[in-house]
Design a protein around this ligand. Structure first.
Ligand code: BG6
Length: 490
């Protein structure tokens, strides 16, 4: 690849914030280390703190040491990256000071990437001020973080503000799950392997499980989280994106719009969770004190800054259904929660049993093949198949075993890049296929809003679950009512 083609100047708003320090600069470091940043790449770090380039570089050096694995840390690369960075103090909401960005861009021949690592309320101001200062060109790319609003209406306001300044083709809306190596692998798995293409529908698949379990609590973000809850924070974006990649029809090609058109169709076909379905299709939970990773941890209502009596959910389980020919009658059981037993993201495709079973009836329960896709940790895939048990005395006893692909072993322990490395690299290449289009965000909100409205109308309280477990019993009961169970052995 011609590296000069992917060179950008990066204007990073919120450069001293948590996301930039924990994820974005370490990701730039890794790109630099991999020799993917052309020498002329420059970064303008923008923050409202009173500081200067020298102090900011020193602070970033400390953060890099904190967030880059020791065996990947090279002083030479750190120095090279820091030398690219200049700091400018700026009040993002006021047009004053944006001239500094124009001066910095004077004579630049490479495109500008604007990264808004700021609260979404500032996106409109930043865009407008950049335009007024003459910093926007057709080649400018703009990266925005979630949450794009807290419901359909507020997401439209944000999207309208962005659309007033930028074309949709300039906008890169991040859902960092799309940058995860194994999530992209879903596209390869589904569309490069004809073996699965013929099986991937309601004729052959009985149900799908999507679990995104976290061990962490709300990590000092009570104020934000309590207004959002797990459905807005995780389901509306990350879990629905995973569901789309599993359920979408084959795109005509790998272009951004071909993929996003297909994902959008899935979102539009999601069955609304109406009032009569709440009890069977929806579980909300909230953690109480317990123990995580061997450490005692407080309950949600005892976290720092907590308000008594909050009904916000920290766990959601949903039986989602997709109203189309491919998936009619195939439930997609999704669950996600904070303070669960383990950090684990996985998708399990449960295939239907063979149409006519000829083996020992005692073993009929083994008869379903399963494809287990481990997104994190221990990235890999495993196809559970049945073989004959070995030995003269075993007759035709069946045995279930995995066809296993562990990415770290199969690919010679190749390093799995962090999602933000991939995403920044794709922005530099001006490729939007891992970013969410406006109509996708809005379709996801339309469905999520309706789920939220239904449970508000229902008025039930979230079910309690002890931190360090797999969530409330009601989530187990929800899937058990269909004669199934969550696959938990990760
Ligand atoms: C973020 C959510 O989008 O994703 C957090 O706001 C959550 O609440 C995080 O913890 C999970 O991401 P990952 O990559 O650690 O699975």
């Amino acid at each position: 690849m011609n590296k000069s083609k992917v060179c950008c100047d990066i204007a990073m708003f919120g450069a001293l914030g948590d996301l930039a320090q924990r994820k974005l600069f370490p990701a730039l470091y890794q790109l630099d280390r991999a020799d993917l940043l052309p020498p002329e790449t420059r970064v303008l770090a923008l923050g409202h703190q009173d500081s200067d380039t020298d102090r900011v570089r020193k602070r970033l050096a400390v953060k890099l040491i904190e967030h880059v694995a020791p065996d990947e840390l090279s002083e030479a690369v750190v120095d090279r990256l820091l030398a690219r960075i200049e700091y400018v103090r700026l009040d993002f909401a006021s047009p004053e000071g944006y001239g500094r960005i124009r001066e910095w861009r004077e004579g630049a021949t490479v495109p500008l990437m604007v990264y808004m690592a700021t609260p979404p309320a500032l996106y409109g101001d930043i865009g407008g001020n950049l335009r007024q200062a003459g910093c926007i060109e057709p080649s400018t790319r703009v990266v925005v973080e979630k949450p794009i609003g807290h419901d359909l209406e507020s997401s439209r306001v944000i999207n309208d503000e962005l659309a007033a300044v930028f074309e949709e083709s300039q906008l890169f809306r991040i859902d960092h799950y799309l940058g995860k190596e194994t999530v992209q692998n879903l596209i390869a798995l589904r569309f490069a392997n004809n073996l699965f293409a013929t099986q991937w529908n309601q004729d052959h698949i009985s149900h799908v499980e999507i679990t995104v379990a976290e061990r962490v609590g709300i990590e000092g973000r009570w104020g934000y989280f309590d207004k959002a809850g797990q459905l807005r924070d995780m389901v509306q974006n990350h879990l629905l994106q995973l569901l789309c990649l599993i359920a979408m029809d084959p795109p005509a090609d790998l272009s951004a719009d071909s993929i996003r058109d297909e994902k959008l169709k899935v979102l539009k076909a999601l069955r609304p969770i109406t009032r009569d379905l709440v009890d069977s299709h929806l579980v909300r939970g909230q953690y109480t004190e317990g123990s995580c990773g061997g450490q005692p941890v407080p309950g949600y209502l005892e976290e720092d800054g907590a308000a008594a009596g909050s009904k916000t959910e920290t766990f959601v389980a949903i039986k989602a259904e997709i109203n189309n020919w491919r998936w009619a009658g195939v439930p997609f059981y999704m669950r996600t929660g904070k303070r669960l037993q383990d950090k684990l993201s996985q998708i399990i495709i449960h295939f239907k049993p063979a149409p006519h079973y000829i083996f020992d009836p005692d073993q009929a329960h083994l008869a379903n093949n399963r494809l287990i896709i481990r997104l994190q940790p221990d990235e890999g895939m495993s196809l559970q198949i049945l073989t004959k048990d070995q030995g003269l005395d075993k007759g035709m006893r069946l045995r279930q075993g995995p066809l296993e692909l562990s990415f770290s072993e199969a690919f010679d322990k190749a390093r799995i890049p962090d999602a933000y490395e991939r995403l920044l690299w794709e922005v530099m290449k001006n490729n939007q296929y891992l970013f969410v289009r406006r109509d996708e965000v809005e379709a996801a909100w339309r469905w999520a809003d309706q789920v939220i409205a239904t449970w508000q109308d229902h008025g039930g309280l979230p079910k309690r679950y002890a931190a360090g477990t797999w969530g409330p019993m009601a989530a187990i009961a929800m899937i058990a009512r269909d004669g199934r169970s969550w696959y938990e052995d990760g």
